[in-house]
Design a protein around this ligand. Structure first.
Ligand SMILES: CC(=O)N[C@H](C=O)[C@@H](O)[C@H](O)[C@H](O)COP(=O)(O)O
Length: 224
């Protein structure tokens, strides 16, 4: 296992991303969120977009998982769909480049993306939604898989919680994985480790106050 992945073992990775339209969508603000996460004990950061990766790289030595989100009319794949984007993320200082490795129509093969990321000197994190996708990603040379896209593809379990079953399948299949997606409390993060995660990514519950506010406002509306 690589030194970077070893450094992340058993640790928290904080995703610092702001949705389009969010008042926090600004590289300076994202870099401050990253520093706040570091101060709180994050061992790694997950950062979206070239400008944000650049801004965060300038302020911290923590491992960065870089990605892009690109809406394209020709494919449902939106997390780092092309090798050009993957290479740029590595050049800008991402230690790990995350990309969509789901079994859906895609502009470029997973093998090509992995090779490009490795050639650029970074590790390849395959964002998957099912066990077969994780197996295929490892066969294609990925360094690590993440449960990032579970619940976000038509062929994965539709859930409002983390996909605990997928974590169990990965663990039982002997596949190392990072748990990511809808881990909305410290208890969820700890539970993911008990389900066999190598590390845990938490985003919205730490760095999206606009989203968190909707949880609270909704609870007041519904009275639950
Ligand atoms: C599905 C997708 O596009 N996920 C993105 C991937 O980087 C981010 O929007 C999520 O915030 C991240 O995966 C962390 O998950 P959560 O915010 O649920 O803790």
């Amino acid at each position: 296992m690589s030194a970077v992945l070893d450094r992340l073992r058993g640790r928290l990775i904080v995703s610092c991303q702001a949705n389009p339209g969010s008042p926090l969508r600004d590289p300076h603000i994202i870099s401050r969120l990253a520093l706040a996460a570091q101060q709180g004990g994050a061992a790694g950061l997950r950062i979206q977009g070239f400008e944000d990766v650049l801004a965060v790289r300038a302020v911290t030595d923590l491992p960065i998982i870089g990605l892009t989100k690109t809406d394209r009319p020709d494919t449902p794949v939106y997390i780092t769909p092309t090798s050009a984007e993957a290479a740029r993320l590595a050049e800008l200082g991402s230690d790990i480049v995350a990309f969509d490795a789901t079994l859906r129509p895609r502009p470029e093969s997973v093998v090509h993306l992995v090779q490009t990321i490795h050639a650029a000197g970074a590790l390849a994190m395959a964002d998957i939604s099912t066990l077969p996708e994780a197996q295929a990603a490892y066969e294609a040379g990925a360094d690590i898989v993440g449960t990032t896209l579970a619940g976000y593809t038509p062929h994965s379990r539709a859930l409002t919680t983390a996909d605990w079953l997928l974590m169990d399948e990965l663990r039982e299949g002997g596949l190392t994985f990072i748990a990511e997606g809808r881990l909305n409390s410290p208890q969820d993060a700890a539970r993911a480790m008990r389900h066999g995660a190598h590390a845990v990514v938490v985003g919205s519950a730490i760095t999206r106050p606009d989203v968190i506010t909707t949880w609270f406002a909704g609870a007041l509306r519904d009275g639950s």
